[in-house]
Structure formats: structure tokens, C-alpha cells
Design a protein around this ligand. Structure first.
Ligand code: GUN
Length: 291
């Protein structure tokens, strides 16, 4: 039987309706949630992602600012902008769209963002909080993956989870969140010997490779939950994930499509983090947020 499709677009829309209520409450209390998005250079994919994030902010009542810097901007210029945003009381979240141009060390740029405004959850402070199970900002795509798994209603405790891809932005934090949820986690990567041997055991399979058809149908355990984080463009211009969707859908129990899967959830969770940051700020200022 074909898998149930986890519709990320629909789920993200439902979450955004909830986030709007929280944003409305903040705005009514005089704390307008504000997000600054920094884009360095003119990477066309990044331009689309940033546009979508800015548009989504407007829809839930988050004030957003877009800061576009030239591709050849110096590290000092980028850091000076971040310093300014860090000290701007009207900004509760700062997101630097990745990847940055090659001459800019993303670790140095992310390290400059105040951990309290790091709504991407990529600062070492927030990464450390995630690792040690303390509250902080959870990276958006991994948080979206967990929301999608939760919609299945399946208890993740004791399940075998296999994550393919070890990036700081997806693979590593997803593995930590799955571990927190009680799954037994295997983190696979480009050096893994016999990837299929691992994926075929996976009750939960998260593909975050960045290459089309990295996961073929026969690499999926029958009944598995398959979350496809990849967004790849084929030579014909079609958007596809990392998983051979048609083949995997025949074996999986649940599967996420591309597009319309994890992508919209990443944005929904960014909005959530921005609102959370503004709420923390309001509470710190002694403002009551009554329902
Ligand atoms: N580039 C691709 N995904 C992301 C993301 O979640 N955050 C940032 N900052 N850049 C990205």
C-alpha cells in the first residue's frame, strides 16, 4: 500500500494560524516581534528563500527587515551590521541566510549574533544547549522535521532512526532531537560504508544529503517514516528531494513530498522562534502576555 503523505504545506499553514495568535498578543502588548534577515550576495536560491521568509513574516504579524549586502562585502562590514542588529531593541531575531560567499567564514558570522536573537539556532551557545538538553533556539529545519514526525501519532521511543547527512544545520541537530525523543539514532554520512544496510533498518529515515536519488526505494524499510530534507533541481529544472519519491512511496508508511514537505515547515519554525524570542523579551521586561 502506498505511504501516507505528510503534507508540509498544510501543516505549516495550520501552525502559522497558531503563531498569528501569539504575534497578535505581542503586538497588542506593545512588543512588535521583529526579525532581521541578512542576505550577502545574489545567490538566486537564497534570494527566493529570503523572499519567502519575509512574506511569511508579514502574514503572521511579524515585522521584518531585509538587509542585502554586496557579494564582495568584507567580514568587518557583515559583523558591523550584526552588531547594529544585536543592539536594536526592536529586533528579536537575526537570520543570516546561508551559504555565505566563500571569503566569509560562516562560523565567525554566526558567532557574532547574540544567542538571544539567534532564531536559526546555529550559534554554538544554542547548539550546546541542544546537545545538553537545555532550553534555547532549536534550528528551524530540524524542528520542522520533528513536527512532521509528531503528526504521524507514532511514539518515537525505542524506534531505529537513521539520519543521512551530518551538517550543522540539519543532520547533527536532527540526530540530537531524535535522541531526545527516545529513538536509537544512527548518523550516516559520505564516508559511511554500505549506507543501504543502515537505511533498511530505519523506522525513521531522514535524508539530508543534498543530492537527488541518494535514497532509492529498496533502501527504505517497509512501513518507515521517510522525511526528505533535500531540495535539488534536476537538469530539466524540476525540484526533487534526496529520495526517489515514487519508489519510496510504495514501501514507506509515511513520506514527505518535495516541494511541499519540509521546506514550508522550516519557515513555520523560523516564525515560531522569532515569536518565542519576542515573548522572552516581553517577559524579561515584565510585560504580561494574557490570553
Ligand atoms: N540556508 C538553507 N537553509 C537555511 C536555514 O535554515 N537557515 C539559514 N540561515 N540559511 C539557510
Amino acid at each position: 500500500m502506498a505511504a501516507s503523505v505528510i503534507d508540509g504545506k498544510q501543516l505549516a499553514q495550520a501552525l502559522r494560524t497558531r503563531w498569528k495568535l501569539r504575534a497578535d498578543r505581542l503586538n497588542a502588548a506593545g512588543v512588535a516581534p521583529g526579525l532581521a534577515v541578512v542576505l550577502v550576495g545574489d545567490n538566486p536560491a537564497s534570494q527566493v528563500y529570503v523572499r519567502n521568509k519575509i512574506k511569511a513574516c508579514g502574514e503572521v504579524g511579524i515585522r521584518s527587515e531585509e538587509h542585502v549586502l554586496a557579494a564582495d562585502s568584507s567580514l568587518e562590514t557583515v559583523l558591523a551590521l550584526i552588531d547594529r542588529l544585536n543592539s536594536d531593541a526592536g529586533i528579536h531575531g537575526i537570520l543570516v541566510q546561508l551559504p555565505l560567499p566563500a571569503h566569509l567564514a560562516s562560523a565567525a558570522v554566526i558567532a557574532r549574533i547574540s544567542p538571544d536573537k539567534d532564531v536559526d539556532g546555529l550559534h554554538v551557545h544554542n547548539m550546546g544547549s541542544l546537545l545538553s538538553g537545555q532550553p534555547g533556539f532549536v534550528p528551524c529545519t530540524p524542528a520542522g522535521v520533528m513536527e512532521m514526525l509528531n503528526t504521524t501519532g507514532v511514539n518515537l521511543r525505542g524506534l531505529e532512526a537513521v539520519v543521512v547527512g551530518r551538517s550543522n544545520i540539519v543532520g547533527k541537530p536532527v540526530a540530537l532531537l531524535l535522541l531526545q525523543a527516545g529513538a536509537t539514532v544512527t548518523l550516516c554520512h559520505s564516508q559511511t560504508k554500505d549506507l543501504a544496510q543502515h537505511t533498511r533498518r530505519a523506522d525513521i529515515l531522514v535524508a539530508a544529503v543534498g543530492k537527488a536519488n541518494s535514497i532509492s526505494g529498496d533502501m527504505v524499510k517497509p512501513g518507515a517514516m521517510v522525511i526528505d530534507v533535500g531540495i535539488n533541481r534536476t537538469p530539466e529544472g524540476k525540484l526533487v528531494g534526496d529520495v526517489d519519491y515514487a519508489a519510496a512511496r510504495e514501501r514507506a508508511g509515511w513520506i514527505t513530498p518535495v516541494p511541499g514537505g519540509v521546506g514550508p515547515m522550516t519557515i513555520a519554525m523560523l516564525l515560531c522562534n522569532a515569536i518565542l524570542s519576542a515573548e522572552r523579551c516581553a517577559v524579561a521586561r515584565g510585560i504580561r502576555l494574557d490570553i
